[in-house]
Design a binder for this molecule. Structure first.
Ligand code: UDP
Ligand code: MG
Length: 322
């Protein structure tokens, strides 16, 4: 029987985890597959880890993984996926915004031969108009600027086949824009539509500051278009400056030069200063990312690991030694 692992990253999700597992198990019980669940505790500060332990104690399908600190969702997800050795993996959020009831449909497409099956939201219930607008603007910008098409209105909720998993496992970059990486690996990809539910309980970890960081992350790790921005604005400024010079020259020749133009001078100086700072900032973003990659640090550390069904912790140091 083919095996499926559901990977669930969780950070301070004690309020929803039990309800989530109940709904997920109901779905897994009905699948004609050997299923297990891998919960990844991304350094939570509440009792998420102990809840995971009690879920594991009552359900032999549950495996748990505890990271040494909070590394962020993208890395938590990667840690979970690195530990999958099933035929396929499903990635799902713990807050029940991605309905587990959709998993059978994902599996269906996988069995029809697709490697990546992602779920596309057709509604964003419980989200403000501003959030919806910024999300839409982000996807459009990504589409225009990057070399791979990142599917719109798609979260991380998806199914990956074995070879897609293997491919993803080889992408060890530190700047992990998962939506982009999922798209970048290629293979046969398809989508199914669903209505996104509001969060069941707890609060989203995304404020606008984090979302902006995320957008910059997405664009800089998949496009070098912003680097060309400096070239093009520089060129445009040079052309304008040339036209202005011609105008000033002609005027001076015809009428002489009574009073030098202070306002136009200020405008030009401030405009160019602004463009230069912007361009330096853009270059800085890329250099900073280069710096992070060049350190070649491991993506995460594991504090504790329990395989499904196994009651004793697996010590990672011991396994690394032999
Ligand atoms: N998450 C995580 N580490 C983090 C932040 C979030 O593992 O540092 C998990 C979180 O527990 C949830 C999923 O990632 O299962 C999505 O998080 P959230 O609901 O905050 O994001 P949103 O649904 O708004 O995209
Ligand atoms: Mg959420």
């Amino acid at each position: 029987m083919p095996r499926l692992t559901v990977v669930v990253p969780a950070y301070n999700e004690s309020a929803v985890l039990t309800a989530f597992h109940a709904r997920l198990s109901k779905v897994l019980d009905q699948l004609p597959l050997a299923c297990d669940v891998m919960y990844v505790d991304d350094g939570s500060r509440d009792d998420t880890w102990s809840i995971m332990q009690s879920l594991a104690a009552s359900d032999p399908r549950v495996g748990t993984l505890k990271l040494s600190r909070n590394f962020g969702k993208e890395v938590a997800l990667t840690a979970g996926l690195d530990h999958v050795d099933a035929d396929a993996a499903v990635v799902i959020d713990a807050d029940l915004q991605d309905p587990p009831e959709l998993i059978p449909q994902l599996v269906e497409q996988w069995q029809a031969g697709y490697d990546v099956v992602y779920a596309t939201r057709s509604a964003r219930a419980g989200e403000t108009g501003l959030k919806r607008f910024t999300a839409a603007a982000f996807y459009r910008t990504m589409e225009m600027m990057s070399d791979v098409a990142v599917p719109r209105d798609t979260g991380d909720f998806r199914l990956l086949s074995r070879r897609a998993l293997a491919a993803l496992g080889q992408l060890r970059e530190r700047q992990r824009f998962m939506k982009g990486l999922f798209a970048w690996i290629g293979y046969r990809q398809t989508s199914i539509k669903y209505m996104r539910d509001p969060r069941l309980a707890g609060a989203t970890k995304w404020n606008y500051w984090r979302l902006t960081q995320f957008a910059i992350e997405g664009i800089t790790s998949f496009s070098s278009a912003p680097l060309k921005l400096a070239t093009w604005t520089g060129l445009a400024a040079a052309v304008l400056a040339f036209l202005l010079a011609v105008k000033v020259l002609v005027k001076a020749l015809l009428h002489g030069d009574p009073v030098p133009g202070y306002p136009s001078l200020m405008v030009v100086v401030l405009f160019l200063g602004g463009i230069q700072l912007l361009a330096i900032g853009v270059i800085g973003e890329y250099i900073g990312r280069n710096y992070n990659e060049s350190k070649q640090r491991p993506l995460y550390f594991i504090e504790e690991e329990h395989r499904p069904g196994a009651r004793t912790p697996l010590h990672t140091e011991a396994t690394l030694q032999d």
